[in-house]
Structures are given as structure tokens and as C-alpha cells.
Design a protein around this ligand. Sequence first.
Ligand code: C2O
Ligand code: CU
Length: 475
Amino acid sequence: MKRRDLLQALACAPALAAPPGAAASAVTAATAPRTLGAAPATLAAAGQAALPVWAYEGAVPGPVLRLRRGEVLDLTLHNQLPDATTIHWHGIRLPNAMDGVPGLTQAPVAPGGRFHYRFALPDAGTYWYHPHLGTPEQVERGLAGALIVEDDAPPPVDLDLVWLLDDWRLDAQGRLAENFYNFHDVAHAGRLGQRLTVNGRTDLVQALQTGQRVRLRLINAANARIFALSLEGLSAWLIARDGMPAATAVPWEGELLLGPGMRTDFIVDATRAGRFELRDSFGRGQRSLAAFEVRGQDEPARAPPQPAAHAPLPEPALADALVHRLVIGGGAMSREGWPQESAAEREARRQRQLAGAREAAPAWTLNGRAHLSHEREHAAHAAEFRVPQGRSVHLNFENNTAWWHPMHLHGHHFRVLSRNGTPLAERPWRDTVLLAPRDRVEVAFVADNPGWWLIHCHVLEHHAGGMGTVFEVQG
Ligand code: C2O
Ligand code: CU
């Protein structure tokens, strides 16, 4: 057995059955086990009313988990929330049993319950964790945090910053508006909030000295908001997307689109003194999200950084790939692709709603079907496709809707081959790709990770409204 296989086998097999801590001894690289509590908390912000939230370890965002590539993340979720939950480790190529999808890869963790997550971290980069149960509500209430996997030889920097971007919809009293799953959000752009925060704050200012070089890791943890990000006045380069290093550093000029679930890492050089704002200009107008305050004498511009070399992912073999088309339909402003719901299904849904169930009405389809459940029995007969382990998959996304969709794949990274027929020179590796209305995007990956995996829109209300499906990699 290769070392990594061994780690995966250990990480996968005992974790479901054994009590926390029972299986750890055989893996020397394991970091100390710890507990991550999820519980109601209060987010206090200067000049604002305290906001009741749900939080990991009492913090919004949750603690930054920092490990090194090859290490084992070993952590027990302790659910102190009033609802069941799970954790999904967004972007990590991990064993299926650790993926956090309730009903598909694990049982929901009931209030008061615990779940032991334990897996090796194969890739360096910027990742994040969030619940995968009742996500439109649980993520909006504040459950999200960064998982940073450090490389052995990262580009040298003076500071490594993690900025988690979010938005919050507040009601007239300044509390979180509790209209999760409302049908207008589900069928339109998702739940957008009027308060924009970076690391839970509306007033984040990072002090810098001229001459400093900073790694800036941006994570979009909003339910639905797409950011169009710019940082004028300082030189900056994009060095990674969704954790994976870029082939070469790309100068950050103009606006960079970051959809929900997506990450980008930048290197920023503080070459001159002043105040420099991270701005969002998606939709109408411009808003400042956070700022750098730089002091000191001007410094000469520095040479662009070298993105870290990483263990290359397996290269998809397009010639004999399984080709699969995924047509996205439905949503407001289109007549086609709406889900067909029988009168009986509609009535059953109405009854569940009357009984207090929190769920969305179907508004979206993938290849003509809305998937409101990812339970294993449902997936077993409704799987989008099945593929033997090791085979390449060539996926063609076709967005036939009037809306944007960040499409996310679990357990794998893919290369983005083309957009609207135009090949992309770099074919970047991503785990989430943003489709504009009517976009056609081709991606490819090697299906090397056995199990049941999701493909879904990371606008959480769209996913709840049917825009998610399952494929099986047969090991
Ligand atoms: Cu970040 Cu399936 O999710
Ligand atoms: Cu969507």
C-alpha cells in the first residue's frame, strides 16, 4: 500500500464506527485531535447591535484551521445547535465518508451529537468548511470557516491573510431576516444581504508597512452574492484559484469575479503609502469591503511572485473520456426547464411545509430533473452518471437560464477547458466554475476518488431548489 492509500484507508474506515480518538494511533503525521463546537452565539460589531448567529467555536467566521500538506486533519464536530448539521470540507480531495453530505456520505449529526472527521490533506491551498445540511439557513447564520493547507515551499511573504467575504440579510430590527428558502430568492439570484462583511466585520482595516509582501486569501462564503473585486493602487498578482496554484502569476487588473464557494489567492505588494480599498462592483455601484493602510517610504516595485509548484493532479485523457452534458434549466424569466411536479408531490410538500419543514420549492433542473434529495436510495436510481475509478470525465455545462451559477464538484478538481466555445489557454484547475447567464463551459477531470459525489450550484437557494445532482465513481 502506498502511504497515501494507507492514510486514506485509515481516515475512512474507522471514523464512522469508532468513538472520537480511537483510531488515531497508527498515523504519525496526525495533528492533535480537537473539537469544533457549533453553537448559537452573538456577533458583536462596533457601532452595531449585537447579532444572534450560529458559530463554530463562538467565532464568525469559525477558526482558521491551518495545517501542512500531507498532514491529517483530525477533528470532532460537536453539535450544540438546535438542528442537525454536518461539515463539508469544500475543495478537499478526501475520502467519500468524510465529505459531509447528509444521507449520502454520512448520517446527519443530531443536536447534542458528535462526528469524527479524519482525513489526510493531499493539496496545499485555500479551502473552507461549512455545513451541508440546511445550508441556506446554517451558512447564512454564520457557520463557515477557512481551512488553510500550507505548502512546503510557498512563495515567501511577510504576512498571510485570510479574508472571508460574506453578506447578511437583516430585517428592520437589525436581526437576521428569517425568510430562508423564500421562493423569490430560490427562483431568482438567491438570498442577497445588505450588510457586507470581511471576517465578520464591516470595518476591517489591515495596517501594512511599505516593502511588505502579503499573501491575501479571499473566500466567498456568501449564500448567493457574486463579488467583482478590485484593489487599486497596489501591485497584486493572482497566484491560485480554488486552492490550486496558477501556472504563472496573473496581474490583478480590473475586476475579478468570485462566485459563492470560490477562492482566490493574491500576492499584494505594499509599494507606497496610503489607503487602498478592496472594492466590490458586481451589479450596480461600488462598495468598499475592507482596506489596507500602508505607512512608510515608497519602495520600488518587485518582481512578480512564483506560484508554488504543487503535486500535479492527474491529467484528464480527453480522447476516451466519458462525455456528459449537464443542461441547467428553470428559474425566473424562463419558460423552459422548470421542474415538473405532480399534484401528489406538491400536496406532500405543502403538508411538510405546514408541519414546519424548512425546504425550498423546486425551481431549477439539471437535465430536466429537480433533485430535492441526495439520499443514497434516491441517488442510487437517479445518479447523473456512473464512472469506473480512474476514467476521465468531460462535462459540458449549458446554462439555459437567465441567472448566474457557480457550479461546484465534490471530491475532485477539474480543468476548465473552454467558455462559450473559446478554449482557455491555461485550462485552470478549479472546484467551482462560475457560469454567466447562457454560458457554455467545458470542464474535465479524472474520476479517481471512489464514492458518491455531488455536482451542484453553490448559490445555496438554487441548490435547495433542485440544482444539484450526484454521480458515482465506482472503485
Ligand atoms: Cu461548498 Cu457542496 O459545497
Ligand atoms: Cu445557481
